[in-house]
Structures are given as C-alpha cells and as structure tokens.
Design a protein. Structure first.
Lengths: 227, 75, 219
C-alpha cells in the first residue's frame, strides 16, 4: 500500500514540477475558462442582470470545458515525449498511475476554480461566498467526479486518432449527473433563501458518484490500458 | 380506471402535470395522427434497419466470396 | 441460433401481423383515449432497449476480463440495437406526451435517463465507426461506465422533477390491456433476438474477412 501511494505521489510531483516550470496548461486552462464565462455572460445576461440559475450553470460548464482542455493537454504532453509507454512499462501498479494522474488534474482544476468562482460572483452578483464550506464541498466532490471519469478516458484515448474530439464526446454523456447535481446544489446555495438541506443532499449524491466511479476506474484501468 | 390512473400519475413532487381535460380545447390534439405517426415510425425504423443490415450482410458476403476465390483455401 | 433464424423470422411476421388486431381489441383508456395505444409499442421498446443495454454491458465486461473478440462482437451488435430501440422509445414517447401532458418533452427522471442512454450509445456507435483500430477497449469502457451511470442519472433527475407515469402502471394494468401488452413485449423480445442474430452474423463475417485478408497478406 505504501508503494502504491509512493508511486502516485511521484507521478503527481512529476506532473506538477513540469507544470510549474512551463505553466502552460494552467495558463491555457484559466484563460479558456475566463473566455467561456465572458461568452456566456454576454449571452445570458438579461436587463443587465443574469438569471440566478444561469450563474450556477455557467460556473459548472466553465469548469467542465476547462477541465476537458486540461485533460487533453496533460496526456498530449505524455504522448509528445512518448513517456506514456515508459509510464506503463514501469514496474508500478497501474492503478497508482491513474491515482497520480487524477490527483494532478484535481490540483490543476482546483487552481482554475480559485479564479473562476470569484469571477462569476463578481460578474453575476451571485452570493457564492455566503456558504463557503458547502460550496467548497460541492466543487470538490463535483471536480473529483468529473476528473475520475475524465482521467480514465483521456488515458485510454492517448493512442487514438483525433483524441481531442473524442474526449468531450465520450466524457460529457457520462458526467451529466455531475452537472445536474453540481448546478442544482449551487443554485440551492445562491438562492435568495439558501436551501442548505438540499445542497447537502446534492453533495451526498456527488460523493456517491465519486466513490462508484473512482472504484470502477481503478478496476478497469488495468485491463483498458493493456494492449 | 380514471381515478386510478390519475392517482398514479399525480405522485407527490410533481408540479408540472396538468390533466388533458384542463387544457383549453384549442390546445387539445386529435389522437389519431399521433398514434399513426408513432406506429408508422416504429415500422419504418424496423424495416429501414433490416434493409440496411441486409445490404451490409450482402456486401460482406460478396467480399468474402471474392477474397476466398483469390486466396487458395488452406483452412 | 443461426438454424433458428428463418423460423424466428416467420414467427415474428405472424405475431406482428396479429398485433394490431389484438391491440385494437383492447379496452379504451378513459382519460387518454386512443393515444394510450402508443403504450403497447412504447413500453416494450424500452424493455427491449434495456435488455440490449444490459447485454452490451455484460458483454463488455466479459470482453475486458476474457479478451475474447466474440464478446466484443456481441457488445457491438447489442449497442446498435439498443440505439435502434431507444430511438423508437424516444420518438413514440413525445407523441404520447404531447397529448397526455400537453408538451413534447419533460425533464423527467425516466426521460432524462432515456435520452442520456441514447446519447451514450450514440457515442459508442460513433466510436466504433470512426475511431479506427484499438477502439474496442475504449468502447467497452464507455459501455460499462454508461451502465453504471444509469442509477445516478435516474436519481438526480428524480430529485429534480418527475411526471412520467410510475413503473406500477404495468403491474396494475386492467385485464383487457394486460394481454395485448405482454403480447407486444413478447414480439419485441423476439424481434430483438432476431435482429441480434442477424447483426452478429455480419460481425462474424467481418471477422472472417479480416482473417482472410491477413492470410492473403502472409503469402
């Protein structure tokens, strides 16, 4: 078990070191998220104000879109250096590679969210910070759910032609529950009268989604990644 | 039957359901075209699919025949 | 299965020829009237689709575990049929809903699950058609994840809103409707079996073809 976490940690450290040196993915992802938000802001603002549901929806869609981009780029980098094969040939448990990649993605998307959430609160006058703890829980569970499925699919797609197109096609249908739960939970938090019970309920739904899909990914990563 | 179905359909938690009878007469649709459209679609879908499969099967079988004529049988 | 194919087709033709007569003889439903008869085709479509989805999921798991291409062929054939039957359900449903609910579409739990499964299997078929070699495993993964997704989508959309008639409509059907309904279910299941046999035959022929090509390359 210790070897497992050591491998995972090594992969996280490797990915983050590369990222800290180049800052490429982070810069691209955050810029893309901001561009998305501005686009939606222009499209959905009515009479100078946005609909409340729209703010929650735009937050999650921006995170999803930016996440898709980041997932594509992380694995593109591995493919470019032809290091995927090296990773898979390494005498390390495959699930540990998956966990390492997943944790790296979570850190990246977490940083993006640090920028996206205040921006949405500012542009849409949404009281996102009134229940900060619940919002953090919602974003964490939601991001884990999205990345759990996304990391597996992005890894599988490394050897496929046109992988940038395939990732959203495969990923979005599977992560619809995350969008429903995330958006409904956020709406419950920023309503004029926040419905905290409902928000906690959606967090629970997301938590179960995470448990099921991380487990499933750990099981299927090995057979899916072998030729 | 009417009360049974209504009680089945009016489950708690639903706010959107309106019985047909409450909709103004101008909004009410004749049933027959909807029914015919539904049945027609199912039949067309099945036949279109079978026809497509038939063509695909024919193509594969022709190709198989042509190829096995070219390749000396060593199976 | 292959020897049974011709008798199966004849049986199906006979059964389907009798279906309209049988359905027409069923009693009228008092609130919905004539349009309720869509039910005899709509619900069996979903039964057939879920059977095909389940087959595809199980075959995908078997393919990943055993690595036998036979399972992959079952999965691909079943996925195509799941899409076909799903399409029937998705088209007949709104035609009924327009009359019964007054709208074509509702974001109800069952409708959301149906649409999402259709979307997932659409992605599956796209993948099989266009992603080239090596897409088998990807597709198997997608099918497994798509199946695991169903309870979540159902539950999420259920919390959100629900107007679809509940599943206890079927067990509480009046006697006159029960006969035609289960008759229609039987027809659909046999149709699924027949189409699956046909589809599997194509996959097997393709496999034969690929093997022959390889053999001719060797020479």
């Amino acid at each position: 078990m210790r070897a497992f976490w050591r491998t995972a940690w090594l992969i996280v450290r490797k990915d983050l070191t590369i990222e800290l040196r180049s800052r490429e993915i982070l810069a691209m992802t955050t810029f893309f998220a901001v561009a998305c938000i501005l686009m939606f802001a222009v499209a959905f603002v009515k009479d100078g104000r946005a609909l409340l549901d729209a703010a929650a929806g735009i937050l999650w869609i921006a995170v999803f879109f930016a996440g898709t981009l980041a997932l594509g780029r992380t694995f593109e980098r591995e493919r470019h250096g032809d290091t995927v094969r090296a990773l898979l040939l390494a005498p390390a448990p495959r699930p540990a590679i998956y966990v390492g990649k997943l944790l790296g993605m979570l850190v990246l998307l977490g940083v993006t969210e640090l920028l996206v959430v205040p921006l949405i609160a500012l542009l849409f006058q949404a009281p996102l910070f009134d229940h900060l703890l619940l919002l953090v829980a919602l974003l964490t569970t939601g991001t884990i759910g999205f990345c759990a499925v996304g990391t597996l699919f992005a890894a599988m797609l490394v050897r496929t032609r046109g992988r940038d197109v395939w990732l959203p096609i495969l990923l979005y249908p599977i992560t619809i529950p995350v969008i429903i739960a995330g958006v409904r939970g956020t709406v419950a938090l920023i309503e004029p009268e926040a419905d905290l019970v409902m928000a906690r309920f959606w967090i629970l739904v997301l938590f179960f989604f995470d448990v099921v899909f991380v487990t499933l990914s750990l099981w299927t990563f090995e057979p899916l990644m072998t030729d | 039957m009417k009360t049974l179905l209504l009680s089945l359909m009016l489950q708690p938690g639903q706010s959107e359901f309106r019985p047909v009878t409450e909709i103004p007469a101008s909004e009410q649709l004749p049933s027959a075209p909807l029914l015919i459209a539904a049945y027609a679609f199912v039949w067309i879908a099945v036949f279109a699919y079978v026809w497509l499969m038939w063509r695909r099967l024919g193509k594969v079988e022709r190709e198989l025949k042509a190829l096995s004529a070219r390749v000396p049988a060593k199976r | 299965m292959r020897q049974l194919f011709a008798p199966l087709v004849f049986l199906l033709m006979a059964l389907f020829a009798f279906a309209p007569v049988y359905i027409a003889s069923a009693p009228y439903e008092s609130t919905m009237g004539l349009v309720q008869k869509i039910f005899y085709f709509h619900v069996p479509s979903w039964f057939a689709m879920f059977t095909a989805v389940f087959l595809c999921g199980v075959a995908s798991v078997m393919f990943l575990v055993r690595g036998d291409a036979k399972w992959d062929r079952v999965a691909r054939s079943a996925a195509e049929l799941a899409f076909l039957f799903g399409l029937m359900g998705l088209v007949t449903g709104p035609l009924w809903g327009r009359k019964a609910w007054g709208v074509w579409w509702q974001w109800d739990a069952k409708l959301t699950v149906a649409l999402l499964l259709e979307l997932t299997f659409g992605a599956y078929l796209l993948l099989r058609s266009f992603a080239g070699p090596g897409s088998e495993k990807l597709a198997a993964g997608l099918a497994i994840f798509g199946m695991a997704n169903v309870p979540f989508v159902y539950y999420a959309a259920h919390l959100w809103r629900t107007v679809h008639p509940t599943t206890n409509v079927v067990p509480t059907l009046v006697a006159g409707m029960r006969g035609p309904f289960w008759y229609a279910v039987l027809c659909y299941m046999l149709l699924l079996a027949a189409l699956l046999t046909m589809r599997m035959r194509i996959e097997e022929q393709h496999a034969d073809l690929d093997r022959l090509y390889l053999e001719s390359d060797d020479q």
